[in-house]
Structures are given as structure tokens and as C-alpha cells.
Design a protein around this ligand. Structure first.
Ligand SMILES: *Cc1c(COP(=O)(O)O)cnc(C)c1O
Ligand SMILES: [Zn+2]
Length: 393
């Protein structure tokens, strides 16, 4: 198979860079770089019919993925996760067309695997062998696993309040774990410092161009699993926002290849009351989000006070006529028990936040009850056992 990647392009200043050398953020303006493809030509090799015979993982979209030589793919079977109709939960909240995309079924139990399979594979293709990552939880486990599989060196930097299982996993996968007395942005700072000192490649969210390429496959999958008819609303627990901007990018690419029309789902961003920089910026009508002081929530994956892709997230929310809402940790706990007991899916707190958020946008009338709605359950609840309450409060 052949990748139709052509170059990297800055999402802000539009400057163009080579995809055959290592890049992180835009050397000109410091913003996010995106991979671009020759989509007209890609359709010679990939189309809806050909896809039917491909393997059920995210590399089935190889032509619109950034790796040039298939031999460089480091895979644990990530992607093509179940898209489950949630009839009982739907009835419970009055929705007739509710679905859960269960990303807990990924190799290390979260959708971080998509991004890190893509980023580590591409960096290895370009000659990198030593990696570092700051992580609030799942990204560390995931990077450590892909580095183990690829025989590569991994250093992870985690705030001390990151879930214990993620720390244990990182160590068992053979990574060097550094626990940081601070928040995810402090871990990020240290990861950058150590990387430049020791020659490691730092794969922080959206600070290199390829994690988003892995995450965008959720958008391709949703279209394919729904027989090329996108849903009406997608509810997404937003931290760094790679998934939301990745799906948005995928919709664009699919339209250019003639696979879907111009209709887009409403993109609905859910954050925690205790850490809601994107919601605040959305409500204020700002282009960028200012940092959130003292981030606090049990949902570690969305405990992210600063997002470099803030302008991209806000743009997707606005262009899609979506919205951004906050939920409390108590609402997350209640929703977690509902998804789990009514649907048999052990949701993570971030995934549960999407149900709590959905209840709010239904009440506000932003989403209608008969819409085709997707809740993104971004990981498995099994990694949060110590945080989950069993009793009613
Ligand atoms: C990282 C993470 C998120 C947030 O993802 P972004 O794409 O960075 O916004 C949500 N849920 C879980 C379980 C995560 O690990
Ligand atoms: Zn730029």
C-alpha cells in the first residue's frame, strides 16, 4: 500500500514543511502542524468497496495515514472499536438513537493508542529511537506499550495525582517513569527540558503532527460504521482536544475524497467544572483559551489546563454549530454507574462525562432527543477503580 501524504502545513500561518524530516510545532509561528495528502490521487487506491476487505484496525486507512513504508508500523491492533447502540440507556434519557463508540476496547484500554501508534511509527520511520511524553494518565501507558513493541526507549512524565494503574503499566512496559510534583503542564515543561538535554523526541499532544493522524481515524470509522452517513451530534470529553480536531479533519478529508457530503455533526465539548478552559473560551467568544488555575477532577484525561490546539477545538465547535458544557464530578459518578449498569460497558470517568454533558444539552434543547447521537467512551473504567464510588451519596 502507498501513503498519499505530501507535506506538513501550519494550521495558523499556512507555512509548508517537509514530511520527510522531523518536525514538532510550526518553526515559523509555534502553532500546530497538520499532515496534508493528495486526496484526489488517494482515491485510486482506497474507496468504500476496497475498505470492506481490509483488516479491522486503524491502519485500514493507510493511504490517508502518514507512514510511507508499511514495515515501519508499530501496531498492537488499535482502532476499529465497537460502535454500540445504547437502547436501554437511550430509553432511560429519552433518546431513540443513542450510540457509544467504545474506545476502551483499544490495546491499552484507551483511544490514546491510536495517536501513539501513529506518532511513534512515524517518528521511528524518520529515525527517532528515544521518546518522552508528559501524561495525565493513559498517554503514558500507551506510549510505553508502543515503545516496548518497537524496541524503543521511553521516558514518561506524570503529575503525582495521575491514576496509579497508568504508572504501574508504564513501569511494566519498561518505560522510565518520572513523577512530577505539579500539573500536566509542569510535567510537559520537564519533559521538554529533559528531551532537549538528552536528545529524546517529545510527543506531547499536538506538539508533533502525527498523534492527531491516529486520532482522526475515529472520524473515518464513525462514517464507515454508519455506512457513510455521519451522526447528528458527537459528544467528546475534551482535554488537549486531539480527538475532536482529528475527527473534524477526517470529515474534511472524506468530503474531499467524495465519501461524504458537506453535512457535519454538531461537535459537543464536555469538560469538568474543575477544569474548563475551552468551555470558558467558547462562552466568551474567544479565539484562544486562557490557562485554567488549579485544575481538579477525577477524570484525569480531561484535567488539562492548557491546550495548544485551543483555537482548532474552538473553531470546530463553532463551525459545527456545536457547544461546550461543564459537568461536576458527582454527575460523572452518577453517569458512570448508569452507562455501566444499563449498557454493560465499564466506562471511564471521561466517557461518563459525555453522558452527563448530553443530559445538559438535551435539557437546553441544543441536541434533540431523536437525533443520532454518539457518546465517545474514550477508555475503560478499569484503570480508575480507586476513584469510582459504589454507593449512592
Ligand atoms: C486523553 C484522554 C481524553 C482527552 O483526549 P483529548 O483528545 O486530548 O482531548 C479523554 N479521555 C481519556 C480516557 C483520555 O485518556
Ligand atoms: Zn505557523
Amino acid at each position: 500500500m502507498k501513503s498519499y501524504i505530501t507535506h506538513l502545513e501550519c494550521t495558523k500561518c499556512e507555512e509548508i514543511f517537509s514530511c520527510d524530516e522531523v518536525h514538532q510545532t510550526c518553526p515559523a509561528c509555534g502553532k500546530v502542524l497538520y499532515a496534508r495528502y493528495n486526496l484526489n490521487s488517494a482515491t485510486q487506491d482506497i474507496n468504500k468497496t476496497i475498505l470492506k476487505n481490509r483488516n479491522p484496525n486503524m491502519w485500514r486507512y493507510f493511504e490517508v495515514m502518514p507512514i510511507k513504508d508499511e514495515a515501519n508500523i508499530i501496531s498492537l491492533g488499535e482502532g476499529f472499536t465497537p460502535l454500540l447502540k445504547a437502547n436501554t440507556l437511550g430509553k432511560h434519557i429519552g433518546c431513540s438513537n443513542l450510540y457509544i463508540k467504545d474506545e476502551g476496547a483499544n490495546p491499552t484500554g484507551s483511544f490514546k493508542d491510536r495517536g501513539l501508534s501513529a506518532a511513534i511509527s512515524k517518528a521511528k520511520e524518520l529515525g527517532e529511537e528515544k521518546f518522552s511524553i508528559p501524561s495525565a494518565g493513559n498517554a503514558a501507558s500507551s506510549m510505553a506499550a508502543y515503545c516496548a513493541k518497537g524496541g524503543l526507549l521511553a521516558k514518561v512524565f506524570m503529575p503525582k495525582d495521575a491514576p496509579e494503574p497508568n504508572k504501574i503499566e508504564s513501569i511494566l512496559y519498561g518505560a522510565d517513569l518520572n513523577v512530577v510534583d505539579g500539573f500536566i503542564n509542569d510535567a510537559g515543561q520537564l519533559s521538554r527540558e529533559v528531551s532537549s538535554r538528552e536528545g529524546l523526541f517529545d510527543v506531547s499532544t499536538l506538539k508533533e503532527p502525527y498523534r492527531v493522524e491516529g486520532k482522526k481515524t475515529m472520524g473515518y470509522e464513525l462514517a464507515e460504521q454508519f455506512n457513510w452517513e455521519l451522526p447528528d451530534s458527537i459528544v467528546y470529553p475534551t482535554g488537549g482536544g486531539t480527538g475532536i480536531v482529528g475527527m473534524w479533519k477526517a470529515f474534511d478529508e472524506m468530503e474531499k475524497m467524495g465519501w461524504i457530503g458537506s453535512k457535519r455533526p454538531k461537535m459537543i465539548c464536555v469538560q469538568s467544572e474543575g477544569c474548563a478552559p475551552i468551555v470558558r473560551a467558547f462562552i466568551n467568544g474567544d479565539e484562544y483559551a486562557s490557562p485554567w488555575e488549579n485544575p481538579k477532577t477525577i477524570a484525569a484525561g480531561i484535567r488539562v489546563p492548557v491546550a495548544i490546539g485551543d483555537y482548532l477545538i474552538l473553531q470546530a465547535l463553532r463551525e459545527s454549530y456545536g457547544t461546550a458544557v461543564t459537568v461536576s464530578d458527582n454527575e460523572i459518578q452518577d453517569s458512570l454507574r448508569q452507562i455501566t449498569s444499563l449498557e454493560g460497558i465499564f466506562a471511564c470517568p471521561e466517557g461518563a462525562a459525555t453522558l452527563a454533558g448530553l443530559k445538559k444539552v438535551l435539557a437546553d434543547g441544543i441536541v434533540a432527543q431523536d437525533e443520532k447521537i454518539i457518546l465517545m467512551n474514550t477508555g475503560t473504567g478499569l484503570k480508575y477503580l480507586d476513584l469510582i464510588q459504589l454507593q449512592d451519596r
